[in-house]
Design a protein around this ligand. Structure first.
Ligand SMILES: [Zn+2]
Length: 449
């Protein structure tokens, strides 16, 4: 199962044209349908409800991590848990924190996605063979610099006590063997770097993590006898969408395409293997072309400029952090060096004002700068409610051609793996009894990632 978080049809077009407009991308070849994304609480879903559709095969409320929309919310057995219980090899590979909504929905059961410290504690009780991504901060006691926890729990050492190997760098990933399993790889303090910013010596790419995951899981004897389930998420397409950063977006998407291509190649070589790839929702309301005021009048140019995106050396988020951390760093020089465009006095004034307002306003302003010059439009810094593409490869996937509810995709996964989620749910509820909704939980109408 592959999830391109926050990736809509326009994102596919943007990345394809950016790479080569005349050539189809790996996902293009497997486009078979669409997924309807609304949740029980909102017409615009968040990633928690979106991923629980795939993991538990049911729609639930925004913010729900592997729990039902009931009072109180109750745990629902996930495809990953059922696969592990059936003796299969299981894994999760993401580029967000591993405790973030999408991976959490397969590996934890909490009423609110913000409960990431609890999610980390639950994950190390799971029978999972590998878990790769970012998010060391949720596994470190609060006394460690950069920890995200409000307690002294050392979940990393608890994971080791529970039998996991824990690695934190590229060298650890490259040298991992089946003897290292079960294995937790936490390659960044929080989310992993955008592909556009990634330093290969510091962090592996999604593609590299997927290669290792397939190598290790497929080498396990249980994979041959019982099969395997691997969830892969291109987590940060969503974050580029939230920032409205078209440059970061195309690089995240192209990286996801490579990982998808690899998954399809694996399936091609392993007979009875199915690859399902879809998004939980679209993020940003991306459009290719936008209204442009020229001398006080609106114009509607029928064009957008992929070459402008190709000039970007870093994501807007990275540049904003650098600029905020170094007060003496020149904004205009940074823009010229990293985007290859000389800002007008008015543009520079907007960027300077955003810099005073903080890192997020500056991230948004830099994203707007490059998107404007590329003539790429956005409607929101949140999610949108449109359908998303459904990509399928493998035997029996014809059953899912066409348009389907997102929860039907979870049901399809369970049926292909011959798993009975309902039968396992009572046991999962005993292991993960209901947790009261925390008072800090954001309302169901709040903005979620
Ligand atoms: Zn999001």
């Amino acid at each position: 199962m592959m999830i391109s978080d926050g990736f809509g049809p326009s994102g596919e077009t943007m990345a394809r044209v950016f790479a080569n407009k005349a050539q189809l991308q790996p996902l293009d070849y497997q486009l078979r349908g669409a997924s309807i994304t609304y949740s029980t609480s909102n017409l615009v879903t968040d990633s928690a409800a979106g991923a629980t559709c795939f993991s538990c095969a049911l729609k639930t409320y925004n913010g729900a991590i592997g729990v039902t929309d009931s009072q109180p919310p109750e745990a629902c057995a996930t495809v990953l848990e059922a696969a592990a219980a059936a003796g299969m090899a299981t894994g999760v590979v993401v580029t967000s924190r591993v405790t973030h909504a999408t991976p959490a929905a397969f590996t934890a059961h909490v009423p609110d996605r913000e409960m990431e410290p609890t999610i980390a504690e639950q994950q190390i009780t799971q029978k999972i063979d590998l878990l790769f991504g970012g998010g060391r901060c949720e596994f470190q006691p609060q006394s460690v610099a950069g920890s995200c926890r409000a307690d002294e729990k050392d979940v990393m050492s608890e994971a080791r006590d529970a039998g996991f190997s824990v690695i934190t760098d590229v060298a650890g990933l490259r040298s991992a063997t089946t003897a290292s399993l079960p294995l937790i790889g936490l390659f960044a303090q929080s989310h992993m770097a955008f592909e556009l910013d990634r330093v290969p010596a510091d962090q592996p790419s999604l593609d590299e993590m997927v290669a290792k995951a397939l190598e290790l899981l497929s080498a396990l004897p249980k994979a041959a006898t019982h099969g395997m389930f691997l969830m892969i998420e291109g987590s940060r397409i969503d974050h580029a969408g939230h920032n409205n950063d078209a440059a970061a977006h195309v690089y995240e998407t192209l990286q996801f395409q490579q990982a998808f291509s690899q998954a399809v190649e694996y399936a091609r070589g392993h007979g009875n293997t199915v690859v399902v790839s879809t998004s939980d929702h679209e993020t940003g309301g991306l459009t290719l072309a936008r209204t442009k005021p020229v001398l006080g009048r609106d114009t509607y140019p029928y064009v957008w400029y992929p070459k402008v995106l190709a000039r970007a050396n870093h994501s807007a988020e990275y540049l904003a952090h650098e600029l905020q951390a170094n007060a003496s760093m020149s904004l205009v020089d940074t823009v010229v060096v990293n985007y290859g465009i000389e800002p007008t006095p008015a543009e520079l004034a907007t960027l300077e004002a955003a810099r005073i307002n903080g890192t997020t306003p500056l991230t948004y302003a830099l994203s707007e700068f490059i998107s404007y010059h590329a003539n790429v439009g956005w409607t929101t810094h949140g999610h949108t409610g449109e359908d998303v593409n459904l990509y399928l490869y493998g035997p029996g996937t014809e059953a899912m051609y066409g348009v389907h509810q997102n929860s039907d995709i979870g049901a399809f996964l369970a049926s292909k793996l011959k798993l009975d989620l309902a039968a396992l749910t009572p046991e999962i509820r005993r292991k993960f009894p209901p947790i009261p909704m925390p008072p800090t939980a954001r309302s169901e109408h709040a903005v979620h990632d």
